[in-house]
Structures are given as C-alpha cells and as structure tokens.
Design a protein around this ligand. Structure first.
Ligand code: GLU
Length: 554
C-alpha cells in the first residue's frame, strides 16, 4: 500500500489538489509593496486590548500601502468557542471605524478569497492534509490521550523536552498497511505532521519587530488535524489560509513566536513562501496594589476587554491613539505634529515596536481622551454624550434630552477657544461634573465642599446680599467681577490679593475665598468651570433656590 492509497482511505471524498485551490485563489492584483494583512482572532473569548492592537496595526499597514485588510474567524477550537464573541469582534471593528476589505459575517461573504471562517474551510484543509499524507509528510497517529499523558509525565520526570518527537512519535514509521488496518478497525487517530527537522541544528528567522532570532529547528510531530471534528489545528490552518489568501504580513501575538520553527517547516514542506511576521508585544500594566509591572489580565483588569472603553465612553480615536502610542515609540511625536490626521496615515514601523512588552496606562488614555473631548464643539460633544447615554445611562439620557439647551450651554463653558478646558476623560465621567445644573439632582444627599468660609450664617449672609443687591444678569464678565470685588471689600474680604498677602490680619479672607463660598452654594463643588457662565445658565431664581437648599441641608 502506498502513502497515496492511505491518503485516499482517510479522505475518500477529497478529489481536489492544493494546485486546484491555488487556481481558485490566484495572486492578488495589487500594486508593488501593497500589504495583505489579516485580523484573525479566535472566538474563544471576547475581543481584548491585545486583539485591538493587532487590528489597528493591521489596518494601518493595509491602508498605508494600499493593500488589503481582511478578517478571518479562526474558530477551529469549537469546544472553547464563546457565544457572542464573533458578534463582538465585528461590532467592535465597526464601532472603531475599522472597516475590513474582506470578511464573512451573518451569512455575507465580502471578498474573493473566502470562506473567511475556518470551520467552513474544512474541505480545503483536508485537501492539503491529504497531499501531505500522500507525500509521506503526515501520518495518522493512534496515541491515546492517556498514552500522551504518560509520555509527558515521563519526559517531565526525566527532564526531557516535552512533545511527540523521535522515539516518542510511535506511529510515524507505521506502514500504510498497518495504519489502514487500524483505521478500518475504527481506531481513533489524529493526523500529525512528520517533521524532518533536527533540534540540534539552528535556523535564523527574521521577525520584523524583533530582528534576527536564532531557533533550533522544529522536530516535533505536531497534530495538524484533530480527531472528532476533523478540524485542523491553528498551525496548519494558518499555513493554508495565509498561503491561499496571499497574506504578506502576519501580525500576531508574541505567544506565537515559539511556534515559528514549526511554521517555518510547514511552509517548507509545501514549498511555499512564508509571509513576513510581526510579533506584537505583550500588553503590560502596573499593578495598582503591588506596583510591579505584569501582563494585563482578562480576569483581573476590566480594561483588558474592549467592553470597558465603550461602556466608559472613551472617544474611539483616543483608544486607537492610546493603542498606537504603546505599539510604536514614535507615534506620540507623529501625533503632535499631525493632530488632525487620520490614525491610519501613521507610518507604522515594526522596528519601532517594543520587543519586550508594551506598558498600557489608563492615565495616559485619560489624557489623550481629555484632549480630544476638549476640542469637540459643545454640540458635537452633546450629541456624542447623548448617544453614549442612550445605551449606557438611562438617567443621564433622560436628563440631558430634557435639558438639551442647558446642557449644551454648560458644555460650552471655556470650550471652542484656543485653550479649552480639559475636564472630561470619557462620557461616563461627565455627569459627576455637570449634575448641579439639573434641579432634580438637588434632592439627593449633598456634600458641600466649603473651604475657608464655612460658617453657615456667614455664607447665607454673603449669598443673600449678593443675590438681592448685586447680581445683574445683564452684566458683562468684567462688570460681574468688579461687583463681586466691591461686595467682598464691603463684607470684610480683600479684593486685592497683594493687599491681602501684606495684611492678612486686616481681612476675614480674600476674594478667592469669597467666590469659592458662592461657587459651593451654587454647585456644592469648589472646582468648576467659569462661575460667571454657570450663573448665567442658572439664572437668579435657580440661584435663590440653591440658597434655600443650603439653608435646609447644610
Ligand atoms: N487565532 C489566533 C489567535 O487568536 C491568531 C493568531 C494569528 O493571527 O495568526 O491567537
């Protein structure tokens, strides 16, 4: 019996050859230097920040070279597939305006190189596996899970390399006849790659980020097709897909680096050219409790999963910028000189990617985000905030819809100027800074942040005097402030800071203390945007009303 006959026995219905598929999926007609890249997550968990980094880098590489960015659903580990994971991937890409050129989703295939879902490509994989068996580079292996465990235990105990290689690869030299007998007897098997590598020999691999790396050759006979669902393993599926889809650059997590020797050998077995590889760094964070830097964890760190950013309401561009900031050491500089350029025009350089971990820092994201939010017009910010609230905060949604003009007027304070205020890091954080303009919010428990002037009678005095005899809604800001200064002198507070510093004992306090008292009565907070604008938004009646609340609650 020949290997080819054994291959026919295992795959009786496969009649095509790898060459047939090469014709079905011909070379892409792209301009010189165009990169064909893919985002190939496994739906074994929800999209995380590491996936996001791959997606963004891929997108930038494709856009920057007039190439192709496609999404491939790597669902060969069906037992670990998480419901909703695929939907979330497509939702997230769309949410961040990252549009793949080719993909398959909801029974729609876009692109000529599909299917783009691995479980739908089983016939293609079988064709390639059949070919390998027929040329003697793959074989059915009948080791049971128990036997494999025993081998592993033995190898661990005797400090040997773990895996099925050399003498542990018990079935690699089984004759096709004996293999056929076992198959005909119904024995379970996986198909293993038959390695010809030598662990004592080295080969040099060039990663676009990490540079030249020396590896021992692969000598493991890894499974390329599982028993049961007969799906290929990642190693094999990626070889077939990246070859047929004409991927030029594979951007994938660092955890795949150690599989490079195997992948190198697999490509070689078919005589195919390997794509170029960019292994992205692990994403690290500083542990809040211990202060040490560690790998970001889907279990411990809410910011590891992409839900977090959407729920908090970070502008999408801020998240992308934060990701690119850790992905490429020159991104920040580029962003400073190109503040309004779309992120995908950034000339991403794999060499400028950290090779030993990228430290992700939420404070950094907050700063990037504050900057973007500060540059939005008040109406745009309102609309975006409303859209976020519609999904994530019904209470806020109702309040700001019912008080549209007032909300926009408040958001407009110290905005649309050269140096706008940078108050908000995300939509979820806005409400705690604007709630006081909504009357209905004053029913709850209040925490007045009074400073130097905290005596209730004194505060009531100041407010009563101010509201009844001084405040005039027609005043300009200068007139308004002069009137405050006059009143403050009259009531025993220094209106001039210099004067106050020279003779502090002559005064009960100064104009800053005085305005703080007024500010806290109107907002409970000692830090707010421009008080003059807040007063204009509230109007005299509401201010009187805040004074009554103070009398009752403070
Ligand atoms: N499906 C693999 C993963 O999610 C992707 C690796 C790759 O991009 O090749 O880790």
């Amino acid at each position: 019996m020949t290997n080819k006959e054994l291959a026919d026995l295992i795959f009786p219905n496969i009649t095509k050859t790898p060459e047939d598929y090469e014709q079905t999926y011909p070379n892409r007609n792209l301009k010189e230097g165009a990169k064909v890249v893919r985002f190939a997550p496994s739906p074994t968990g929800f999209m995380h920040i590491g996936n996001m980094m791959s997606a963004v880098i891929n997108y930038v590489l494709a856009k920057g070279s007039e190439g192709v960015f496609y999404v491939r659903n790597e669902d060969t580990d069906q037992a670990r597939t998480v419901e909703g994971a695929v939907d979330f991937i497509h939702h997230t890409l769309k949410y961040y305006n990252i549009y793949p050129d080719e993909y398959e989703y909801n029974n729609e295939i876009v692109g000529n190189y599909g299917p783009y879902i691995q479980s739908e490509r089983i016939e293609i994989y079988h064709t390639f596996i059949k070919h390998l068996i027929s040329i003697g580079r793959a074989y059915p292996c009948f080791l049971t899970p128990d036997e494999i465990n025993e081998i592993r235990e033995y190898q661990t105990k005797s400090k040997k390399r773990i895996g099925i290689y050399g003498k542990y690869a018990k079935y690699r030299d089984l004759s096709p006849e004996d293999a056929a007998t076992k198959i005909n007897n119904g024995e379970k098997f996986v198909v293993r790659f038959k390695s010809t590598g030598d662990y004592n020999k080295k080969f040099i691999f060039e990663d676009l980020t990490k540079g030249k790396i020396e590896f021992p050759e692969n000598d493991l006979d890894v499974p390329i097709m599982k028993s049961g669902d007969l799906l290929p393993t990642y190693h094999f599926a990626h070889l077939v897909d990246d070859h047929l889809m004409h991927t030029t650059h594979v951007v994938r997590g660092d955890e795949w680096m150690s599989s490079v020797p195997l992948h190198f050998e697999l490509f070689k077995a078919f005589g195919y050219k390997m794509p170029k590889y960019i292994h992205t760094s692990l994403i690290l964070k500083k542990d809040a409790e211990t202060g040490t830097v560690r790998k970001i964890s889907k279990r411990k760190d809410p910011e590891a999963l992409m839900f977090f950013y959407e729920e908090k309401g970070y502008p999408t561009i801020a998240v992308i910028d934060a990701v690119l900031t850790i992905a490429n050491s020159n991104f920040e500089e580029w962003r400073t000189s190109h503040p309004d350029t779309p992120f995908y025009e950034f000339p991403f350089s794999p060499k400028k990617m950290s090779s030993n971990g990228a430290l992700f820092d939420l404070d950094k994201l907050d700063n990037i985000s504050k900057n973007y939010l500060s540059k939005m017009t008040s109406t745009d910010l309102y609309e975006a905030y409303l859209k976020w609230a519609e999904k994530y905060d019904e209470h806020v949604f109702n309040l700001i819809s019912e008080n549209k003009d007032k909300t926009i007027a408040f958001l407009n304070i110290e905005r649309e100027t050269k140096k706008p205020r940078k108050d908000y890091e995300n939509y979820a954080s806005i409400f705690s800074k604007i709630w006081y303009i909504f009357d209905s919010e004053w029913d709850k428990e209040l925490n007045y942040e009074f400073g130097k002037i905290y005596d209730k009678d004194e505060i009531i005095n100041i407010m009563t005097e101010y509201l009844n005899n001084v405040y005039d809604e027609n005043d300009t800001q200068d007139e308004w402030f002069n009137k405050i200064k006059n009143l403050c002198e009259k009531m025993g507070y220094a209106s001039d800071m210099k004067n106050y510093k020279e003779h502090p004992d002559n005064y009960k306090g100064n104009v800053a203390d005085f305005t703080t008292a007024i500010r806290v009565v109107l907002t409970t907070s000692s830090m707010t945007p421009n008080l003059y604008d807040i007063m204009n938004i509230l109007g005299k009646d509401k201010m009187l009303n805040r004074l009554e609340i103070l009398k009752a609650k403070y």
